[in-house]
Write a protein that binds this ligand. Structure first.
Ligand SMILES: *Cc1c(COP(=O)(O)O)cnc(C)c1O
Length: 381
């Protein structure tokens, strides 16, 4: 396609999923608040936040970024210090890059996100995986961290530089016992990263209470922000290593390449912050809705995998009833996607019928009932 042809296409770019009930786990926690939508327009110009910058992103007092990064955010994360990054993966990479060197080991859980792997690979770390239990639990036994650390020590003669736990993981929405994992890691003096991409901004989560040394979160995943944007919390013990400043420019921190989220993204995060703080206080209602939804799906013959009763809005279902149906449907394995689309429900990947994940986060009961009714109709059709 030539530039000319492409230019003709641009005016017609629209998003086709407006007005649907969105159950995509990736998107539920990143839906913007009205305040964030306004901020997006107000601060959309490139480098708009830099009008009164005294030298680095975290020092900007107008708009109030300094107080956010140095006061509100660390309190929210339960850490001594915090920074804003361009995503959870960038937070993880910054931590790994500052804490480890090529050939060092990291221990991570079998449910870890691909971004934990690529971040470690970018640092050229070796990766030791803590196994998970078989189906249907897919859970992580904290003792596995002790075993994995022992294995690294006996195989390589060195203690792992870091450990990481995914809380919850992005497939099953399982919440592992972080306190136990942290205690085990600390017996070996291995600092622990808590990957809270699916928890920070959705549920109450404090790194200090859980015993984690680092915590990372994702603004566009769980903090009602227009991404890419992430957060990072760290205990004072490791700030010397993480916050090293450039010898050429005293205000700029190397691991964050001087300034990270230097635009509208951070303003959407700040604009949504009051509502994000508030919503984490109502997490018990979200868990209740998720459990109700799970029981409705199970009464239709679908089976929820992972923690049961479930403790998170992200749920994975095995759906043999839909798979059987797909065999006789004209549209084959795309029938489910089409049937949900016809009912204005979006978020289950096209082509999936054997299993899928979804999220109930922030959806009112009436809309969850619409989703349950849709599955009931589709299964009984
Ligand atoms: C989505 C997700 C990430 C990636 O978050 P980004 O902010 O896009 O880097 C990392 N870990 C988990 C568990 C996730 O679900």
């Amino acid at each position: 396609m030539s530039i000319e042809q492409y230019l003709n296409k641009i005016p017609s770019i629209k998003r086709s999923t407006h007005g649907t009930i969105n159950i995509d786990p990736l998107q539920r926690g990143g839906l913007l608040t009205d305040e964030a939508k306004k901020a997006l327009i107000e601060w959309g110009d490139g480098y708009s936040i830099c009008d009164f910058c005294p030298g680095a992103l975290d020092m900007i007092k107008t708009p109030p970024i300094h107080e956010f990064i140095h006061s509100a955010l660390p309190e929210f994360l339960g850490t001594d210090k915090a920074r804003v990054t361009n995503g959870a993966r960038e937070s993880k990479f910054a931590i790994m890059h500052s804490m480890a060197k090529k050939g060092d080991w990291i221990v991570l859980d079998k449910n870890a996100h691909y971004t934990s792997y690529v971040a470690a690979e970018r640092v050229a770390m070796n990766i030791k995986v803590v196994p998970r239990l078989e189906s249907p639990d897919y859970s992580i036994d904290p003792q596995g961290y002790g075993t994995a650390i022992e294995e690294v020590i006996s195989e390589s003669g060195t203690t792992p530089a870091l450990a990481l736990i995914t809380y919850p993981d992005g497939n099953y929405g399982n919440l592992p016992d972080v306190q136990k994992i942290a205690a085990i890691c600390h017996e070996y003096n291995v600092p622990l990263i808590l990957n809270g991409a699916y928890s920070v901004g959705r549920m109450p989560v404090k790194a200090d209470k859980l015993g984690a040394d680092f915590i990372v979160g994702s603004g566009h995943k769980s903090m009602a922000s227009s991404g890419p944007i992430g957060v990072l919390g760290v205990s004072d013990e490791y700030t010397d290593r993480l916050f090293i400043k450039s010898s050429n420019n005293k205000a700029k921190e190397i691991e964050f390449l001087g300034c990270s989220a230097r635009g509208a993204t951070i303003m959407t995060m700040i604009a949504s912050f009051p509502k994000v703080v508030e919503r984490t206080k109502h997490w018990d209602e979200e868990v209740e809705k998720a459990r109700w939804f799970s029981s409705q799906m199970e009464s239709l013959g679908m089976i929820q995998m992972g923690d049961k009763p479930h403790n998170h809005d992200l749920m994975f279902f095995e759906t043999p009833v839909l798979y059987e149906k797909s065999k006789t449907e004209k549209k084959g394995r795309y029938f489910l996607y089409k049937a949900l689309k016809a009912r204005k429900i979006h978020g289950i990947k096209p082509g999936l019928t054997k299993f899928f994940k979804l999220s109930t986060f922030g959806l009112p009961m009436e809309e969850l009932q619409v989703v349950v009714d849709a599955f009931t109709e589709i299964i009984n059709a």
